[in-house]
Design a protein around this ligand. Structure first.
Ligand code: PMP
Length: 294
């Protein structure tokens, strides 16, 4: 764990940052978070946070879903992120975890499960984390389904929703897979535990549309733009499970996994069972983008 963390306007020693056990974020999962990678560059200097402002814009959206108004602007949070890296004297790739969580009932708020009338805090921590760009994934299909939008806004990255991802990962890794695919409530393709999924069929990129209850991934958006720029036809729509097995390529995209070609789905090979041509080009594009000199 890093030495310094940011907590509600102050820089604190991570080891000293204790929280009361009664906080609502802990009791009810009422917290929103982000994961931001920072990449070191061959020209030296501090690792640079990748697409920090986009992550903070999503954090703002997630907070709105929890009826929280962030005290800092996205720009301020991006600056704090760079300061976190600097204060911890990090020189190599790392991962920043901003989290905003509900704390205590404000005076006059009765005890109970609620969003209104509850205070909030913000914390930023970081951990060293190497890039895993291009590592392949053997994907299993979990019986646990993605939490539907009807239960919780899926456009928001809310802590409580990750119980479904954790259950799905445990189930699939216990069966020997690397990661889990979660289906929508009606059995269509949603996303993997912490990443979006993109298929290539010939000259077309296909990915579940946002109305399928997926998280609007920042990497997903970047990859779809890259696809359009490289003359692929990009199609966002509901995706049937069978389409996965017939795809030329299946790729997981997200901050944590970066770009990860899927070599098999529930034991069935995808394409020729290795990194495909689109994924290979995408990995190189992503590498250049993230390692770009400032
Ligand atoms: N879906 C889920 C459930 C995730 O946790 C993530 C990681 N934030 C993603 C998709 C990918 O989003 P992004 O590319 O913004 O990291």
């Amino acid at each position: 764990m890093s030495t310094y963390a940011y907590l509600d306007g102050a820089w604190v020693n991570s080891a000293d940052a204790h929280l009361p056990i009664s906080i609502q974020g802990l009791q009810y999962g009422t917290a929103a978070f982000e994961g931001i990678r920072a990449y070191s560059c061959h020209t030296g200097g501090l690792p640079r946070p990748f697409m920090a402002e986009e992550h903070y814009q999503r954090l703002q959206t997630s907070c709105e879903a929890l009826r929280i108004t962030l005290d800092n602007s996205c720009e301020e949070l991006a600056t704090l992120t760079s300061e976190l890296i600097e204060r911890n004297a990090i020189r190599d790739d790392c991962y920043i975890r901003p989290v905003v969580f509900k704390t205590m009932f404000l005076p006059g708020t009765p005890f109970g499960v609620r969003l209104a009338g509850v205070g909030h805090s913000i914390a930023l921590t970081l951990v060293p984390m190497k890039s895993r760009l291009g590592e392949t994934t053997r994907l299993g299909i979990a019986t646990t389904r993605r939490v539907p939008n009807a239960s919780m806004p899926t456009r928001a990255k809310i802590s409580g929703a990750y119980v479904a991802s954790a259950l799905a990962v445990d189930e699939c890794t216990a069966s020997g897979y690397d990661d889990a695919l979660l289906l929508t409530s009606d059995g269509r393709v949603a996303e993997a535990s912490t990443s979006n999924i993109i298929l290539r069929h010939g000259g077309e990129l296909v990915t579940p549309s946002l109305d399928q209850g997926i998280l609007p991934g920042i990497t997903r958006s970047l990859v779809l733009t890259y696809g359009r720029e490289t003359s692929l036809n990009v199609c966002e729509r509901p995706v049937e499970l069978i389409e996965l097995f017939n795809a030329d390529e299946v790729i997981l995209v997200g901050t944590g996994v970066e770009i990860s070609p899927v070599t098999s789905v529930s034991g069935n090979s995808i394409g020729n069972g290795a990194t495909g041509e689109f994924a290979a080009a995408l990995i190189e594009y992503f590498r250049k983008l993230t390692r770009l000199a400032a």
